[in-house]
Each structure stands twice: as structure tokens, then as C-alpha cells.
Design a protein around this ligand. Sequence first.
Ligand code: HAM
Length: 410
Amino acid sequence: MAFRAPKGTDDVLPPVSRDWLRAERTFVDLAEVFGYDTVLTPYFEATELFSRGVGEATEVVDKQMYTFSDKGGRSLTLRPEATASLVRAMIEAGGVTGTAKIAVWGPMFRYERPQAGRRRQFYQGDIEYFGERLAEADIEVIEFGYRYLDQMGVPDVVVALNSIGDAEDRVAYRAILIEWLRERAGDLSDDARKRIDANPLRVLDSKADSAIVADAPAPIDHLGSEAAEHFQTVQSGLRRLQIPYRIEPRLVRGLDYYNRTVWEYLSSGYEAAQDAAGGGGRYDGLFELLGGKPTPAVGVAMGIDRIMLMAEHPPTGRALDVFVVVADPDRRDAALDLVSELRRRGFRTDIELAERSVSAQFKAADRRAAAVALVVGEEWSNGEVTTRDLATGEQEAVALEDIEPWLRRR
Ligand code: HAM
């Protein structure tokens, strides 16, 4: 029988894998530019970390977790997201002194109905700003995601923004919402009806009930004064940075740990993908919930699979700078030495090891998406190689000692 990748997962093959690598590098570089350090955490965790951290009543925990017992009988879950893991890691390392800014990149796992942009193994680039309660931290994290989408070529990005207030604000709001939902219980989906009392905010997030809840009381109309002021500061920061946003009063996000600011990035490339290109929010209560000291925090995760679908001009860069072509079989060793020398100087360089015709080698150079071919032939005895630009076909003879500056000039 022929094996296939599991449902909802993908093999990312060249040349597309090159775009993915670029997406990862762009993310890692931008995180460094913004002052974030990397933390690596396991791809699986104790199941309870997510049920407690993300919330028992969320879709993610209720329906989407890849949970299994290992041979030691422990219940483990493939991480559906990174935030709970990162908070666990920080607590385990002794907690956050002052502030810590952390980035992580990698696969996440959710048992979802697979579609374009909705995968069972998908990739996130995630940053978290730990230990800072000021609204400027929210602004920075929102800006980070916005800049990332810009660098990735995602068109017309708008931030859908909301504040869901603090836990205290939500006590009063919750009662109002429960009352409102109860009156309409007959029209709600079964799932939503079950959640009215346990977790009414989740009902606002339910796609099946979106028409009904469009008129529901909104958390933003029930903010306490501190949360309201925080939210004003976030908005004026975004205006100063000229980051387009619109308030979505019923945006609550699908995870339970949030308070105050929540947001998602939407794009006109939206139809091609599913939902948002990324989303985040503030979660000042999660450290305590997971057994740590109170530590304010705000973070965002960018959905790489969706960004790849939304990017208007996915840049398929050249994979190789140089392909060395052996035109004279007697000079094969010289060609191999040239390959080694170019690699040591940092040029992405390759060669066909088997003896092939020159035209077959040029075909290989094209297939491998090289920018330039360097032909090692008769000219070698004069200390020269012939260069060929593989896009234009232009050729010239270049002295060996000039090869490096010639390549760098391109
Ligand atoms: P999230 O909204 O669940 O948030 O996921 C963030 C992004 O990951 C989504 O906007 C989407 O682009 C992508 N995504 C989610 N599920 C899938 C899927 N099945 N297939 C493809 N892409 C998907 C979080 O995960 C939070 N941890 C974000 C955060 C960080 N909040 C604070 N810090």
C-alpha cells in the first residue's frame, strides 16, 4: 500500500519550502529586531496544562486536542498553541524578574476539519511580552504582527481590535450576557446552549451562532475605568503608528486566558484563507492560573499557513547562487575545489557529481533554481571561467580572482 501524509497535514516540498524558510527567517529576524529572545519548549505537554490554561470550555480543548497516553500512563497532548507552554516554561525556570520578551516558531496541532488554511499540523510564529502591564506593550506586540505581515507581502491588513475588560469587569457583564442568551436559548446551537452558564463569552465566538449574537451585549460597553483607559492608550498608539484598525465589539477570541486587549489581523487576501492571519491578546491572569506569581503578559501568534495563502506575490527566491558546470571532464577536481572555495565564502553552490553532458548540467542548474552557472572548461588554463546568467543567458569570461567580487556585485 502507498503511504500518505495524515489527513490535514502537508509535506512542504521545494520550491514552496523555500518560501516557508523565508517566512521563518523573516519572523526570527524581526523578533530579534524587536528585542525578543528565543525559547524552545516541547511539542507535547501534560494535557492538564492546556485544559487549565486554554480553558476546558474552549473548542480547542473540548474538540481539537491530540491527546494520548504514553507508555508510562501519562496523559499528554500535542501542543495546540504555544502560550501555555511558554508560561509553564517561565514559571518552571523560576518566574519572570522584571520583563522577558520571548519568541517561538514551530508546529502546533489541532484536530480541525481540514481546509485551505486550516490544518491539523500548522505553523505559528509567536511572541510574548511577559511582565509588562503598560498598554505600550500591547501596542508593540500588535505592531510586530503588522510589520511581519507587511514584510511577508500580505495585502491590506487591518487589525480587528477589542477589549474584553478585566476579570472584575466581566462579573457584571457575564450576568447580563447570560440573561440575554437565556432569552434566546431556543435559537442557539446545542453547543452554544450548553455553554451559556459555564462560559457565555465562548458563545460570542461561535460561528454557528454568529447571526444571533451579532446583537448581543458587548464586553466593550462594560469596561471598568482602568481597562477603558488602557484600551484608549492602545488605540492612540496604533493611530500614531498608522496601523489601521477597527473595533470589533464582539471579538472575544477562542481561548479563555485573555483579559483587556484582544485582536486579530485580517487581510483582503482573507477569502483565500480561513479567518485571521494571526491573533493575540493580553492575559494577565495566566501565570497565577498555572501556579506562578502574578505576571502581566501580552502576546500574539501569526498563522504561517494562512500567511502563505494570503501573500500576494509569494517570493520564490533562487535556491542557489552558483551552479558549477564541468565542461572539461579532466578539470573535475578543479571544479570541485572551486565549489568548496565558493561555499567557504558563503555562496550557495552546487554541482552535479556524476559525469553528464554540459547541456544536462545546465538543465540541472535551472531545475535547482541557480542564479548563475560557472563553466569550468578550456578557459581554466588562462585562469578564467565562463559565467552564465541563468535568467538572461548572458555570458562572459571572468578571471578566477575576480569571481567573488563579480558574484557580490550581482
Ligand atoms: P489562535 O487565534 O488560536 O491564538 O491562533 C493564532 C493563529 O494561528 C490564527 O490566527 C491562525 O492564523 C493560526 N491558526 C490557528 N489554528 C489553525 C489551523 N488549524 N490551521 C492553520 N492555522 C491556524 C493562539 O494560538 C494564541 N496562543 C495567540 C497568543 C499568543 N495569544 C497570546 N499570545
